[in-house]
Design a protein. Structure first.
Length: 434
């Protein structure tokens, strides 16, 4: 069967959810159903998907999740971040395991399933349903998620920790969170999306995050994906920014059988800035795909992107970073870098940094490197009495730490660093070195 022939099968699985919610939402969902029926699942003939084959995913049978109690798993996988906490088990909000604390004035943090009307002016306003078949599918049939709404000048001192945990089920489930972040003028917040689960979990996470920043707003966004080696994970992050706003993204991809992250940022007014940091680490036959697009739609806007990949065994990485400087977007800066470290001669990376410039007074750079560990640096460590395995591990971790060390939340920084160290071929324990 071709991918298009699986469209009806997927629609059949999600149709019970399409009629859920108030009238305006069911109309929106129905429009997304029609979009999905037209576009279907993405295929290799599409330029943005030519390295990522979703046929194996298309053939899977998924069901919608049911309420599940997984308190021990949630506790085991938690990052232990101090702050507001919303827990989702198989994509469904778990109030008994969440802690919204006392929200400051002007801040609303609401689970979507019971508060859909609060999201009427936000949902679908940044992420277009036709972005991909997966985006349309999410809009048509999301079951839960969160709305983070910050009024003008609202400042959320503590981070919002969104913990998504997947359980092992007899039937694979389709997990579709919708995350909405709306920041008013000069509002500030930090949001953490964390995906993990049981080792035997074999679900499909299809995530869409929409971020709308008004003048002077600042949002720092962390995405840590640590799902099982049997899971599929496809996500898209859509951001639109107004004057003097700042968006910072830390995207860490460690898990999944096939994982893809799309990020699209619209810099719509002068002074808007975006910083995109990413790290992906693949083992065995993992396929990790990252696509970013930054549109400089106005003059005096800035973007800076730094993605690093570490690939071992027969894993494959894909990176496509694209910055577009539109006509009349003068005096912008756009810088992009992708560096990859191959730990195996069977590992593979397809990297394509792109600049598309239609203005003449700009500062732009982009570059990509792929290589192995520096033999002279290995020799230097070996000459100081460090064995070869440890030396390779330390050098690889140092490469990753160029991204990890920009993470400002200690609990997140330490756990990512330890997770990366534990997934390297040498699998050393960082705590044992201190």
């Amino acid at each position: 069967m071709s991918l298009s022939e699986y469209t009806d099968q997927w629609l059949s699985a999600v149709m019970p959810q399409v009629s859920e919610g108030p009238g305006w939402l069911t109309d929106l969902r129905q429009g997304a159903v029609e979009q999905f029926a037209t576009s279907g699942l993405p295929h290799a003939r599409l330029e943005n998907w030519k390295y990522t084959d979703v046929k194996a995913l298309a053939k899977r049978d998924f069901s919608l999740p049911k309420k599940t109690d997984a308190a021990e798993l949630v506790a085991e996988k938690s990052l232990g971040v101090q702050g507001l906490r919303l827990v989702f088990v198989d994509g469904l909000f778990s109030p008994e395991q969440s802690d919204l604390g006392e929200l400051p004035k002007g801040v609303n943090v609401l689970p979507l399933a019971d508060n859909a009307n609060a999201a009427k002016t936000v949902l679908g306003q940044v992420a277009a349903a036709n972005f991909s078949g997966f985006t349309a599918l999410n809009l048509a049939s999301w079951q839960d998620g969160v709305l983070i709404d910050l009024a003008n000048n609202a400042v959320l001192e503590q981070p919002v920790y969104l913990q998504f945990v997947s359980t092992a089920q007899d039937n694979a489930v389709l997990i579709q969170p919708r995350i909405l972040i709306k920041a008013g003028v000069h509002a500030q917040a930090t949001v953490i999306e964390h995906y993990s689960g049981a080792e035997e979990a074999a679900s499909f996470s299809n995530v869409v995050t929409e971020v709308d920043l008004a003048d002077g707003a600042q949002i720092t966004h962390y995405k840590l994906q640590q799902e099982s080696a049997k899971q599929y994970h496809v996500a898209s992050l859509h951001v639109q920014q107004q004057r003097d706003s700042r968006f910072t993204s830390h995207n860490i991809c460690l898990g999944g059988k096939l994982a893809r992250q799309d990020i699209q940022v619209e810099l719509n007014a002068e002074g808007a800035e975006v910083y995109l940091d990413g790290l992906y680490l693949g083992n065995n036959r993992q396929h990790l795909d990252n696509h970013t697009l930054v549109n400089h739609n106005a003059p005096h806007t800035n973007s800076n992107e730094d993605y690093k990949g570490i690939l071992n065994d027969r894993s494959r990485g894909v990176f496509n970073g694209r910055a577009v400087v539109h006509k009349n977007a003068q005096k912008i800066e756009a810088h992009q870098s992708n560096a990859n470290l191959l730990l195996s001669d069977k590992a593979e990376i397809d990297t394509k940094p792109e600049l598309e410039i239609y203005a003449d007074d700009v500062k732009c750079s982009h570059g990509s490197t792929t290589g192995q560990l520096d033999e002279s640096a290995l020799f230097a460590l070996r000459s100081r009495g460090i064995d070869e395995a440890m030396a390779r591990g330390l050098l690889t971790l140092a490469f990753a730490n160029e991204v990890i060390d920009r993470i400002e939340i200690p609990e997140v920084h330490d756990q990512i660093e330890e997770a990366v160290a534990g997934r390297l071929p040498e699998k050393f324990n960082l705590k044992g070195l201190v």
